[in-house]
Design a protein around this ligand. Structure first.
Ligand code: NDP
Ligand code: TDO
Length: 297
């Protein structure tokens, strides 16, 4: 089996290079790859690469993920998160290949307090969320066999993420102020990659019955504030010599921390469908965060 992996150097892409290896030959590209094109800002060059490689599976881990910046760069966000995805779906469909893709909790408007199910109405609050939703819709409309994993609050030992931002700020400041009224689940890129490999293997063995959208997040729930406090407490235990000067992580409302992009209050995702269809048990979010901190500290 031949797998084309796009976005190989992102948090999820990096972990996928390891997880996908047992499934077959992995051709892993990033935006700078040449002569093959892995640049999602050049959708038609990307299409030529797909036709030249004729993979059995395309795994797209590339995305425009700068949530605030997307508000002032909607065209680039849309080309990468939606137009290029439509081209990948079209080419995969023509080849009879599977398309694996990732989406986000930010497709929802964040109302209520219940975990969102896959079939509930979306309502993105930001350009990033809107363009990711358009990507999902393009895949569904193409008729390609697909797995779309909606995940949230991704972290990894490699790459930039909220946990690492908190560690950096806690070394620079005496006090942090972090939002305590947005709820979700931090999810490790290694978990996402491992579940992807398992689900892909299962789905390919069962025809196209398992094609669809799945919510894939770690178990439990927290707020950004509680997550930040957990990161700093755990970091202090792992490495007491670490110079974390911030003694307090002040809990603030969303209104006290204005950002260019609006973010959902309720980012909880219900994972029953994924766990049931693929016979999976997802670990609590704390387990993976601890492991990542052990690794980087
Ligand atoms: N990060 C998160 O918190 C969440 C992520 N997701 C989704 O999960 C998926 C993986 O995200 P994650 O690994 O965390 O994101 P990262 O930001 O870590 O990685 C995204 C990758 O996409 C690449 N990329 C950006 N623009 C292009 C382009 N024009 N052509 C090719 N590659 C490009 C980046 O390359 P470069 O470094 O060169 O810019 C980077 O390697 C995405 O679909 C994202 O929307 C969903 C929920 C939460
Ligand atoms: C840095 C910082 C952020 N915040 C808040 C802002 C925001 O509501 C929240 C997280 O901020 P960040 O900008 O780090 O995270 P953000 O870029 O919003 O993270 C999102 O990325 C995309 C790609 C996704 O798909 C989402 O699931 C989610 O992970 O924390 C504070 O309250 N205090 C701070 O000092």
């Amino acid at each position: 089996m031949k797998i084309l992996l796009l976005g190989k150097n992102g948090q999820v892409g990096w972990e996928l290079q390891r997880s996908l290896l047992p499934l077959g030959e992995v051709v892993a590209l990033d935006r700078a790859s040449a002569p093959l094109c892995g640049d999602l800002l050049r959708p038609e060059a990307l299409a030529e690469t797909v036709r030249a490689l004729a993979p059995d599976v395309i795994v797209n881990a590339a995305a425009y993920t700068a949530v605030d910046k997307a508000e002032s760069e909607p065209d680039a966000a849309r080309t990468i998160n939606a137009e290029a995805v439509a081209v990948l779906a079209r080419e995969a469909k023509a080849l009879g290949a599977w398309l694996v893709h990732y989406s986000t909790d930010y497709v929802f408007d964040g109302g209520g307090e219940q975990p969102w199910q896959e079939d509930q109405a979306t309502g993105p609050l930001s350009v990033y969320g809107q363009t990711k939703l358009e990507g999902e819709q393009q895949i569904a409309a193409s008729g390609v066999k697909h797995l779309i994993f909606r995940t949230s609050w991704v972290y990894a030992a490699r790459g930039g993420n909220f946990a690492k931002t908190m560690l950096r700020l806690a070394q620079e400041r005496d006090k942090l102020a972090v939002i305590d009224d947005q709820w979700g689940a931090p999810t490790g890129a290694d978990l996402i990659a491992d579940v992807t490999a398992h689900a892909l293997r299962t789905a390919m063995a069962s025809g196209d019955d398992l094609s669809g959208i799945y919510h894939l997040v770690a178990g439990g729930e927290t707020t950004w504030n509680r997550y930040a406090r957990f990161v700093l407490e755990t970091a202090r235990k792992i490495n007491p010599a670490l110079n974390l000067t911030a003694q307090e992580v002040q809990a603030v409302d969303t209104s006290a921390f204005p950002t260019p992009a609006r973010r959902p209050h309720n980012s909880r995702l219900n994972t029953h469908k994924l766990q049931q269809r693929f016979a999976l048990d997802l670990p609590d979010w704390q387990t993976g965060v601890q492991r990542m901190l052990q690794e980087i500290l």
